[in-house]
Design a protein around this ligand. Structure first.
Ligand SMILES: *Cc1c(COP(=O)(O)O)cnc(C)c1O
Length: 470
């Protein structure tokens, strides 16, 4: 670059900086007329000043910022609007991951959403006995449903499954020992580590066996006067394959009973997902079901409400009457109790299972059960409506720390895009964000996890995306 070129460019730069409009000039733009009635003047002024500053620094850095007052006014208006938008927003999950931990895990059924909204928007008999006209218990709303579905004598709900485990450890194992297989003293996700939870609740972890193989005799050898419980933790989010061995719950029941001569030893099973249906009927590996653990003799079975159960965030505890009642009256129960909306949503969700309609009514099961042929039709419908892209076979994951490495065959809408990560970002930045996958430089949207009433929003988003390419 010659000296004169450089000088010209500098002159051009300072020209552009000088031509940036004043705050007053931008404030008088019609794009901001409505803003003056909606926000305090100072806030509008600050929004304008911020956009002028942004344009200035973009120009200095060689960027392409517009210096037109009308454009800056428009950006300021959008920034003001964005400030009003709630941080937690509805998004469309086109990733094909059914229980997406980052996207709020399970969407609840229509009936559950309605029940939650009704409980939240009015008064309820949360802790009121309508029969007697006096104080009742919030713990009673779910018990009979949990009994009927799992065969347990008793059941309660808490804030989440981590809370269920913490409460159990604090109530039964404080100052005592808990025997856990070495292959199960794991991290569940998000830094939730079984050894840390036990230590924090005041329990002493006694690890037995090896990472890949633990036998009933290993547990038996570790039993002592200080043993409060045997804890089994389902390996929700990982799988050890090959030369492995873990005793069955029935075998652990026998081990626990052998200690009963001295002190009662509780058999606790954290099954993780709360899967009430048989996953093998859906072409998936077996995922432990709470009712199977109750039948095999567990004293307490713990599971999440918002994984394969498909309800709101909650932890459910079912088991022997005496074991559950002690948790019910523990002081921590007040700390960990679920709110009325969660109870209403859980109740509606559990009803679906009781009525045998879970596969149709509970979204996660409807998604898991969706047939590839039907998914192909939906992806084709997207493609013909958008007028671009391709339909290709792909895999959907179950996700959410359930059934690791298990996938279901699907058909996805895919697009060869010159800048796929930018395309994914454009979809995320929409008023209703659409979350897609990028694999091998291709944009991929899986209809399996898109709710049927979101189809038109996905098509509109893809049309605009593809339109922007021309
Ligand atoms: C997911 C999971 C938890 C934690 O459950 P949250 O509902 O997320 O608190 C605990 N144990 C197991 C085995 C899990 O899979």
């Amino acid at each position: 670059m010659t000296m004169s070129n450089l000088a010209n460019e500098r002159a051009d730069l300072s020209d552009r900086l000088r031509s940036l409009p004043s705050v007053d000039r931008v404030l008088s733009e019609s794009a901001l007329h409505e803003a003056h009635g909606r926000w305090p003047r100072q806030q509008v002024v600050e929004a304008v000043r911020a956009q002028i500053d942004l344009a200035r620094s973009q120009i200095r850095n060689g960027g392409e910022a517009s210096i037109a007052a009308v454009d800056i006014a428009d950006l300021a208006w959008r920034a003001l609007e964005a400030g009003l938008r709630p941080s937690l927003r509805r998004v469309i999950n086109a990733t094909g991951v059914v229980i997406h931990t980052n996207l709020g895990r399970a969407p609840v059924s229509e009936a559950a959403a309605r029940a939650m909204s009704e409980a939240a928007g009015g008064y309820s008999n949360l802790e009121y006995d309508l029969d007697r006209g006096e104080r009742g218990s919030r713990a009673n709303h779910l018990e009979s449903l949990l009994q009927a579905l799992t065969g347990a004598e008793a059941g309660i709900a808490v804030n989440n499954n981590a809370a269920a485990l913490y409460l159990t450890m604090a109530a039964y194992c404080h100052g005592r020992e808990v025997i856990v297989s070495r292959g199960q003293a794991v991290e569940i996700g998000g830094g939730f580590r079984i050894p840390d939870v036990l230590r924090d609740a005041g329990a002493t972890l006694v690890e037995v066996g090896t990472t890949n193989r633990t036998r009933a005799s290993d547990y038996a050898a570790a039993m002592s006067r200080d043993t409060a419980a045997i804890l089994r933790v389902h390996s929700s989010n990982f799988r050890i394959v090959g030369f492995t061995e873990e005793p069955s719950l029935a075998e652990l029941r026998e081990v626990a009973e052998q200690n009963a001569n001295w002190v009662p030893t509780l058999l606790i099973d954290d099954v993780g997902s709360g899967c009430l249906l048989d996953t093998r009927e859906f072409g998936l590996a077996y995922e432990p079901r709470p009712q199977d653990s109750i039948e095999a003799g567990a004293d307490l079975v713990l599971f999440s409400g918002d994984k394969l159960l498909g309800g709101p965030q909650a932890g459910l505890l079912v088991g022997k009457r005496a074991a559950v009642d002690r948790l019910r009256s523990h002081p921590l129960m007040r700390v960990l109790r679920p709110d009325k909306a969660a109870i209403a949503g859980l109740s509606a969700t559990l009803q679906h299972y009781l009525l045998g309609e879970a596969v149709e009514a509970v979204p996660v099961w409807r998604m898991i059960a969706a047939q590839p042929e039907d998914l192909r039709k939906r992806a084709e419908m997207w493609r013909s409506s958008v007028g671009a892209g391709e339909v290709e076979s792909s895999d959907s994951a179950i996700g959410g720390g359930s059934l690791p490495a298990e996938t279901r065959p699907t058909f996805a809408w895919t697009l060869d895009h010159p800048r796929p990560t930018e395309a994914a970002r454009a979809l995320r930045e929409r008023e209703t964000p659409v979350i897609a996958r990028v694999e091998h430089d291709r944009l991929i949207l899986d209809p399996r996890t898109v709710l049927p009433d979101e189809d038109s929003a996905v098509i509109e988003a893809l049309r605009q995306l593809v339109g922007g390419l021309d």
